[in-house]
Design a protein around this ligand. Structure first.
Ligand SMILES: Nc1nc2c(ncn2[C@@H]2O[C@H](COP(=O)(O)OP(=O)(O)O)[C@@H](O)[C@H]2O)c(=O)[nH]1
Ligand SMILES: [Mg+2]
Length: 478
């Protein structure tokens, strides 16, 4: 993935972490991103190769040789190079040259179109001739500090007469130890030594590098005067150009470092908030608020003709709510690391708030009226049948019916009235049962709504942020 997209994703993760991770740490993360971006823009596809070393080692001579110029101030005319010079192959980056402190007159360009014998294989190369490392007049610390994070290859020029002093210079060795493979030591003035002496010096330099934790740096020999070994140095520079700017890789690595740091502060997944995972909490709160007892009293009361007082729902006991609430919190932060579990706790309501919400939820369930019409009608029907029977019997006695007719009418009426009375108790009990169940269902629904509002919604908010960060980082690191 390209740097810009990666940075965008990591920045999303940083923004979503605000208020959860310490702001000072997020600031450091943001600073690193900005630095990576800046470095990326600054270098913009260039490969930076710098010539460093002590006075007279031949930096300027080699610079002139490689750039086919006289820009490098060679020792005979002026003893030391005080200002850095640069040659760019292709299109130069003014920001980069500004940053490296190279002044306008110290910049040259080997232009693709205008330069005869333009080295296409060096396209993008920025070759720097740096001030002598042993010059007391130059602010070396400033130059090196700016150079080290940007340089793709450091060519350390060594005069065999004074190599020990030069190579051991701490200012360069220290910061470069981690980038030993980006450094090559070139023993120049090879023409001034016998082959045996040259080999001995090379061995000696090798040993010094190994002691200085620079075992990965290679050692070449050359002579600017005779051109011996020049091809080897050119090839090494070509390799650096071919393998591309390490600034991009460095920038990506820096952003990846931030992504990894953020990644260590989140969990691998969010706890799920499915209806099945929420139901036990609702059920426990319903139970704790005693609505079962209310439903039972409703059933008992309504199924009787005379009725009995209905129980009322009470807010649940604080201790029970505390236990249920912490059970939910445990589920909500399952698998989340430190700052996130605290964030879940912070988002969740206090025991008092939860108790009150559940109390209101069960308190607002409407209480049924103690009157069941269908059963009442049946009972009234039984009474009416009984009255009608009495009237018929009275009429019959006046009209002088036979005894058998009395008996039939009396049995029919008694049977009808009895049946209606029996039906009324069945209907009453069925209705009472239904109403009690309706009450329970409504209580559950209200408590469910309260749980959704005060427990699930705040949890969901925190977990949504966690998921956004996790997904952004997964993409950034993918
Ligand atoms: N004999 C010989 N002289 C060299 C060689 N390289 C550079 N010189 C001379 O050494 C002196 C210092 O070279 P210069 O490039 O200014 O070194 P710098 O101080 O590192 O920039 C100059 O007189 C160069 O001509 C070389 O390989 N052999
Ligand atoms: Mg010089």
């Amino acid at each position: 993935m390209d740097l810009a997209t990666t940075i965008e994703l990591v920045r999303t993760a940083i923004a979503e972490s605000e208020g959860i991770l310490p702001s000072a740490e997020l600031q450091i993360a943001e600073d690193q991103i900005r630095e990576a971006l800046w470095r990326h823009e600054l270098v913009g596809g260039h490969t930076v190769v710098a010539l460093v070393g002590g006075t007279g080692s031949g930096k300027s001579s080699l610079f002139n040789l490689l750039t086919h110029s006289q820009l490098g101030e060679v020792g005979v005319l002026r003893p030391t190079t005080r200002r850095p010079a640069a040659c760019t192959w292709g299109t130069p980056s003014p920001e980069l040259l500004d940053h490296l402190g190279i002044e306008g007159e110290d910049r040259i360009v080997r232009d693709r179109a205008l330069t005869h014998g333009y080295e296409q294989e060096l396209e993008g190369l920025v070759l720097l001739d740096l001030p002598d490392q042993d010059s007391v007049e130059v602010d070396h610390a400033g130059v090196v500090d700016r150079l080290v994070p940007l340089v793709d290859l450091l060519i350390w020029m060594v005069d065999p007469q004074k190599y020990a002093d030069h190579v051991l210079h701490e200012r360069y060795l220290g910061p470069l130890a981690a980038r030993a493979d980006a450094m090559v030591v070139v023993i120049n003035h090879a023409d001034a030594l016998s082959p045996e002496n040259l080999a001995r010096v090379q061995q000696d330099v090798r040993r010094i590098l190994d002691d200085g934790r620079l075992a990965h740096s290679s050692v070449l020999t050359m002579s600017v005067a005779t051109g011996e070994g020049l091809d080897g140095v050119r090839a090494r520079i070509g390799e650096a150009v071919a393998s591309g700017s390490s600034a991009d890789a460095t920038a990506l690595a820096q952003v990846a470092g931030v992504a990894n740091w953020l990644g260590r502060r989140i969990g691998e997944a969010e706890p799920d908030l499915t209806p099945e995972s929420i139901a036990p909490t609702v059920e426990a709160l319903v139970r704790a608020s005693g609505t079962d007892a209310v439903a039972e009293s409703i059933e008992r009361s309504l199924s009787r003709l005379t009725g009995s007082p209905l129980a009322t729902a009470e807010p649940p006991a604080r201790a029970a709510v505390a236990a249920i609430g912490s059970g939910w919190a445990g589920h909500a932060k399952h698998g989340l690391p430190k700052p996130w579990d605290r964030e879940v706790d912070r988002a969740l309501p206090s025991v008092e708030t939860l108790t009150e919400a559940v109390g209101v939820a069960v308190g607002t369930v409407r209480q049924p009226v103690n009157r069941i019409r269908a059963a009442d009608h049946l009972l009234m029907g039984a009474g009416a049948a009984f009255l009608v029977g009495l009237v018929v019997l009275l009429v019959g006695s006046i009209a002088g019916w036979p005894a058998a007719a009395y008996l039939i009418v009396a049995l029919l009426l008694l049977g009808g009235a009895g049946f209606l009375a029996w039906r009324s108790t069945v209907v009453r009990s069925e209705e009472a049962d239904r109403i009690a169940r309706e009450y329970s269902a409504e209580a559950r629904e209200n408590v469910g709504a309260a749980v959704a509002e005060v427990l699930v919604a705040p949890t969901r908010d925190v977990l949504r942020r966690h998921r956004m960060i996790r997904e952004a980082l997964t993409k950034a690191r993918g």
